[in-house]
Ligand binder design. Sequence first.
Ligand code: UTP
Length: 299
Amino acid sequence: MSAPVRKAVIPAAGFGTRFLPVTKSVAKEMLPIVDKPAIQYVVEEAVAAGIEDILIISARGKDSIADHFDRHIELEVFLEGKGKLAEAREVRALGELADVTVIRQGEALGLGHAVGMARNHVGHEPFVVMLGDDLMHERAGVLRGMIEAYEARDASVVAFMEVARSEISAYGCASATPIDGESRLVRLEGLVEKPPADRAPSNLAVMGRYLFTPEIFDEIAKTQPGAGGEIQLTDAITALIGYQAVYGYTFSDGRYDAGKKLDFVRATIELALERDDLGPGLRDYLRDLVGRDFETGAI
Ligand code: UTP
């Protein structure tokens, strides 16, 4: 029987250069999508999949991430004193959402290095890696699907989204073979980093969810700096594929890259549309907006 997946690692130590200037002083994982910071959606996704031990890899200047998942007794008492009991409960629940530990990556040496820092905390058990700015909609059920695949195969599983051929050159791309009787699972043969569209082995792009057996730590420890001078997680996965079955979990929709400006705006609009308190008003506004003439600039 496979060991249970109890722990998640959320790397959130990058500089967020695609989201400057705000990321000069605000962690991109703390940018609000509607009224929650992006990383809260990720932690809630982990908890919804049954994971309650979460290690966040943070960095200098990003202490607000740790504050957000800590209790804030003063605020709770203040809200209670004002009779704002629902708000007080919400603030308290956030501090008790999961068992969150935060450590710092002193130098941004790459995603592989950030994950490698989790070795002592994770120990010898399977774990998931969830990128702190990559949001997965609940309806996609990605993490749960990956955990089920791991339980069935007792092997590492990497998430891949089907993207348009023209977009694949922006991602890590899977070289994979289908498995009889499986609609979502493929057997990973290799990973190609950012291939030109005409040479891409598939349209499956690596997304920010990974489930690893603990052997990945040995591979990360052996990984030398690669693309961009960083210790790349994809290089460690490629090494793992050399001696262990690794599977790809494929899905086609429901992901937002909150570290990218356009996707961030899309996430804000789509998630607000789903809310009972904001959806109706926003729908009216959008209907009115699309009726306007953008060409003349008269909006
Ligand atoms: P990105 O490639 O998105 O880098 O990292 P970034 O710095 O966060 O953002 P851009 O591309 O410059 O805008 C992928 C994930 O790996 C984490 C990031 O926080 C992000 O979740 N990461 C990356 C680390 O934790 N440490 C690193 O050294 C590098």
